[in-house]
Design a protein around this ligand. Sequence first.
Ligand code: SAM
Ligand code: SF4
Length: 454
Amino acid sequence: MNKAESGYLEYELQNHGWFPVQAPEEAQVVILNTCSVRKTAEDRIWGRLGFFKAQKKTHAFRLVLMGCMSERLKEEILNEAPHVDLLVGNFQKHRLVDVLEHGDTVPEAIAEGSGRNAQRRPRAEVHQEAHLIDSGEYRFAERHSVSGFHAYLPIMHGCNNFCTYCIVPYVRGSEVSRNPESILAEISRIQTPEHTTGQMIREITLVGQNVNSYRYRNQDGTTLTFPALLRRIVPVLQDRTWLRFITSHPKDMSAELIDLIATEPALCPHIHLPVQHGSSRILQAMGRRYTREQYLDLVARIRKTIPEVSLTTDILIGFPGESEEDYGLTLELMRTVRFEDAFMYRYNPREGTRAFELGDDVPEKVKKERLSGVIDLQRRITREVKNDKLGRIVEVLVEGISKKNEGELLARTERDEMVVFPGSPQQIGSFVRVRLNNLQGSTFRAELIEAGRS
Ligand code: SAM
Ligand code: SF4
């Protein structure tokens, strides 16, 4: 989501004559788009703020902090990072370009601000006040900058689930679904050769905190659901395009959606389906609204309907009250499902969430040990699952030149697996067939079997 929203700003800024620079000391404006999901993400931004504080001593530029940290830590940033010139919350991103260009002429009611820092730091207050004016209304950007052959397109924003550990519903607000006409128009735009970079988009990922709860109320009172949206998108895709989506909440994974993935060739057979934990007791405490058994049943139904599906997940270890037995159940679930890959985290208490009240009783040392346990297990499973695919001939979309070896190309399968193979840059942006020969880490090494069309 942050990548997509940064893409929107990039598009707007470039259309207003701003362009990216190579080094911080050349910049007139520096924008940090932030995440608050984990403390580590916020810590990195505090580090960056320190870096730019030092930079400000040697040259002049405006420092903008936007995104979830601006929502969550507004006061703290105003007080502890006075070198931040603009604070832009999630509901005000569409105003940033205007304020950067006409900062001195924004309406007075907004410019004056109302907080205790209003006189000292009027710029920051512009956005504190703007937040109040815009609160509750998220505006989807109509256009995003895209580069390469892949685009992230937001289709919904916010979350109504309030998992007890998660800050997202507080910083992103309630779910809103984007107007389908705007989604279709943007897809048509980025699939014309004239779009910003002149390359043909071959892969689109629809993004949202919980895409499968997408619901758009049409003017005639009917509701467009996520599978219905996908059915509207498929016919407007130009030529050959892969369509993906993240993230799906297991409780909203309908039979209709599973059937659609199985039958619609444009939809990639890859589902990111965060399980979070293997113990029903912990899942309940997390507020996930499914049990271990229900999740396993869902996986069985998905695999039955889409036999070649690749399933990836998120795992969150060290939630308050997690026992050795709960942890063991998570390892066992991982062994049963055999996810292709996983994002694995250790629990961070987030102030303001319901779980914060439960304390943080799993010692850090134990959390780290348990996290290494799940990481080791997943690495082994990933290797085994991928080893089973060696020798197969598969289609891949060539994304670019390998960073490690200029003579090799980097590509992706429709199951979201990375592949490198020797090839020429002319293949970039086309679908080709390769044979998967061996594994390097979790990346397949392959050889070209059949060149494709671009
Ligand atoms: N909406 C998605 C879902 O329901 O699974 C997840 C979105 S969340 C922004 C991404 C991941 O961050 C979660 O799946 C969870 O594993 C992790 N996460 C969220 N809150 C966390 C916390 N307090 N500490 C550590 N990881 C957290
Ligand atoms: Fe956070 Fe995802 Fe739960 Fe929403 S569904 S509260 S984004 S973990």
